[in-house]
Write a protein that binds this ligand. Structure first.
Ligand SMILES: [Zn+2]
Ligand SMILES: [Zn+2]
Length: 532
C-alpha cells in the first residue's frame, strides 16, 4: 500500500556558502526521497533557507546592507547549488516568505492558546545609550578565564562561555557603554511539559535512528527538558502574534523547524491527490524522516516533536532521525576563513555531480566522522564509477559493430542476482545503511563485468553468434536494472541509460530490455579524471 512519506532536509543558514561537508550531511535526504519514489510511495521532500537570526543581521550591519539582501543572496546561491547536486526537493522555500511567516504565527498562537507558551519577566543585559536589550553576541567583555577581550557568546581564545553574571560586566559592542541590568518581558516554551510524551515516543522509534541521535536525545531527556525562551529583541524575524510584543521576534530555532510543516501546507495547496494532513496527522499510513548533521539533532528529535504535541491536534511525530557525523577535509575541519576545503559550488566547477554524490554517499559520515581528500575522490571516480560501472555500459552497448540489442536469452543466474540486489540494497537503504547499499549495487556491476569477462563475447562473436547474443542481451538487462538501482545516487547517468534503452521511468522493480532495440548515439557515461 502506498505510504505518505515526508522527508525534511535541514534548513541551511543563509549567512555563508555551504561546503562539501554540508552536502554530505544533507544528501541522505535526497537518496531516501528518490528511493521511496521509485518504490511507488507518495513522497514529499521539503526544505528551505533559514533566513532570520542575529548572525545575518550582524553581517548586514558590517556590509552596510539589509538582512534581507544578505539572506536573499545566499538563498539564491543555495538554490543554484542544490540544483547542481540534483537535490529533488518538492519544495525549497525560505523563512522570510510571507506564507511561512503567516502559518508559523498560527502554529505559535495555538501553542500559546493551549498554555505551552508563557510570559516571564527577567533581568537582561541592556544598553541605555542605544536603548535596547543586548544579545550575548552584542556584548564585549574581558574573558574572566583567560583575560582576552571577547564577544559574549563565547571566548575565541579559550572557548569559555560567559555566565549571565559575567555578561553584566561587559560593554555594548556598538557604542561601548557599560551594560546594565533591566527587566525584560520574555515568552518561554514550556518544553518541560513534554518530557514524558517525548520520552515515550523516543523509546518507541529510536531503534531506527542513527546512534548519535539516540545518544544525544537521551542525554537531554535524562537531564530533564528545560523551558526555552522563544522571543528575542530583534528587528529581523517573524513577528510575535500577540499584543505587547511589537519590539520582539521569534527565535529562529522555533520558527525554522516549523518550516517543514509550512512547506507541506504550501505544496499541498496546489495538489489534488493529497492534503498536508496526509503527511502530518496520525492515521494516514505516513512516516516522517528528518535528515541533517549531528549538530541539529535535538531540534528535530525534541523541539519539533514538542511543537507538534503542543498543537493538540493529533499530529504524527517525527519517526526517523538521519543525523550525519562530520565530513572533514584532509583530516581538518572545513573552514572558509582558514582556506580549508572547498565550497560545494567550487567542487561542482571541477567535477560532475553524479560522481560527487556517489562518493559522498558511498564514503559518507554515517557512523563516524570521515575524511574527504581529492585523491580519494578521484580514485572513486576513476576506479569504481568509470572503470567498473562506466566500463560495463561502454563495452556492452558500444560493442564494436553492434547496432541493436540482440535477440538473446537472459542468464537465469544473473537474473537471480539482479533480483537479490533489489531486495538487499532496498533493505539496506531502509535501514539507513547507505554505504552498504551502494556497495551492494556495485557488486552487481562486478558480477556483470565478471560474466562478460568469463564469457568472452569478442570470441563468441566469431565462433557462436547465439552465445554472443545471450551474453550481450544479459549484460544489457543488467545495465537496464542498474539504471534503476543507481538512480537515487547517480540520476544523470541513469537517465542517459534509460534514454539509450528506451526504458520507462525508473522504478525499484526488475526491468527487461526489448530485443532488436536500435542502439544509437551512445556516448561513454563518464570520462577519466586526469591526475594533476
Ligand atoms: Zn550601545
Ligand atoms: Zn577566554
Amino acid at each position: 500500500m502506498k505510504r505518505n512519506i515526508l522527508i525534511g532536509g535541514a534548513w541551511p543558514y543563509a549567512n555563508s556558502s555551504l561546503h562539501l561537508g554540508h552536502i554530505a550531511g544533507l544528501i541522505s535526504g535526497d537518496l531516501l526521497a528518490r528511493y521511496y519514489r521509485l518504490k511507488g510511495d507518495n513522497v514529499l521532500y521539503v526544505s528551505g533557507s533559514d533566513c532570520h537570526g542575529t548572525p545575518i543581521t550582524e553581517r548586514a550591519k558590517k556590509e552596510k546592507t539589509t538582512p534581507k539582501e544578505i539572506a536573499s543572496k545566499y538563498d539564491e546561491e543555495f538554490n543554484r547549488m542544490f540544483n547542481g547536486y540534483q537535490f529533488s526537493y518538492d519544495l525549497y522555500s525560505r523563512t522570510f516568505d510571507d506564507y511561512h511567516k503567516e502559518k508559523v504565527q498560527e502554529l505559535f498562537k495555538k501553542l500559546y492558546d493551549n498554555g505551552y507558551i508563557y510570559e516571564k519577566i527577567e533581568p537582561q543585559a541592556y544598553c541605555e545609550h542605544c536603548g535596547k536589550f543586548l544579545s550575548d553576541r552584542e556584548i564585549s567583555l574581558t574573558c574572566p578565564e583567560c583575560g582576552q577581550e571577547t564577544k559574549g557568546d563565547q571566548c575565541d581564545a579559550c572557548l569559555h562561555v560567559p555566565t549571565g553574571a559575567e555578561l553584566m560586566t561587559g560593554n555594548c559592542i556598538d557604542c561601548g557603554a557599560k551594560v546594565v541590568e533591566k527587566d525584560n518581558k520574555v515568552l518561554y516554551l514550556a518544553l518541560s511539559k513534554f518530557q514524558k510524551e517525548i520520552e515515550e515516543h523516543t523509546e518507541k522509534v529510536k531503534h531506527e535512528w542513527r546512534i548519535n541521535a539516540q545518544n544525544e536525545t537521551l542525554k537531554y531527556l535524562k537531564q530533564g527538558l528545560l523551558d526555552r525562551a522563544v522571543t528575542r529583541d530583534l528587528t529581523w524575524g517573524v513577528d510575535i502574534p500577540l499584543p505587547g510584543y511589537d519590539d520582539k521576534k521569534m527565535y529562529v530555532w522555533i520558527e525554522a523547524v516549523m518550516g517543514y510543516i509550512t512547506d507541506t501546507m504550501k505544496l499541498c495547496e496546489s495538489r489534488t491527490d493529497c492534503t498536508w494532513e496526509d503527511f502530518w496527522k496520525e492515521g494516514h499510513n505516513n512516516k516522517i524522516y528528518m535528515c541533517h548533521g549531528k549538530d541539529n539533532i535535538m531540534f528535530h528529535s525534541i523541539i519539533l516533536n514538542a511543537l507538534l504535541l503542543g498543537q493538540e491536534e493529533n499530529y504524527h511525530l517525527v519517526d526517523t532521525i538521519v543525523s550525519a557525523e562530520y565530513l572533514n577535509f584532509n583530516d581538518q575541519k572545513f573552514s572558509k576563513s582558514k582556506g580549508i576545503g572547498m565550497t560545494a559550488l567550487e567542487a561542482l566547477d571541477l567535477y560532475n555531480s553524479d560522481s560527487l554524490r556517489y562518493h559522498l554517499l558511498s564514503n559518507g559520515p554515517e557512523k563516524k566522522d570521515t575524511n574527504f581528500t581529492i585523491e580519494d575522490f578521484e580514485n572513486t571516480h576513476n576506479g569504481e564509477i568509470l572503470n567498473k560501472f562506466g566500463n560495463l555500459v561502454n563495452r556492452t552497448l558500444r560493442f564494436k559493430g553492434l547496432e541493436e540489442v540482440p535477440n538473446g536469452v537472459l542468464d537465469e543466474g544473473i537474473k537471480a542476482e539482479i533480483e537479490r540486489t533489489y531486495s538487499e540494497a532496498g533493505d539496506l537503504i531502509e535501514k539507513l545503511e547507505f554505504r552498504e547499499a551502494i556497495k551492494k549495487v556495485m557488486e552487481l556491476v562486478e558480477i556483470g563485468n565478471k560474466f562478460y569477462d568469463d564469457k568472452q563475447p569478442w570470441i563468441a562473436k566469431k565462433e557462436n553468434i547465439e552465445e554472443f547474443n545471450n551474453i550481450i542481451y544479459t549484460c544489457s538487462v543488467v545495465i537496464a536494472n542498474l539504471s534503476n538501482l543507481f538512480a537515487p545516487v547517480m540520476p544523470t547517468a541513469c537517465g542517459k541509460i534509460r534514454e539509450y534503452l528506451k526504458l520507462e521511468d525508473a522504478s525499484w522493480n526488475f526491468v527487461s530490455v526489448e530485443p532488436g532495440l536500435k542502439l544509437e548515439n551512445i556516448e561513454p557515461l563518464f570520462t577519466r579524471i586526469e591526475k594533476k
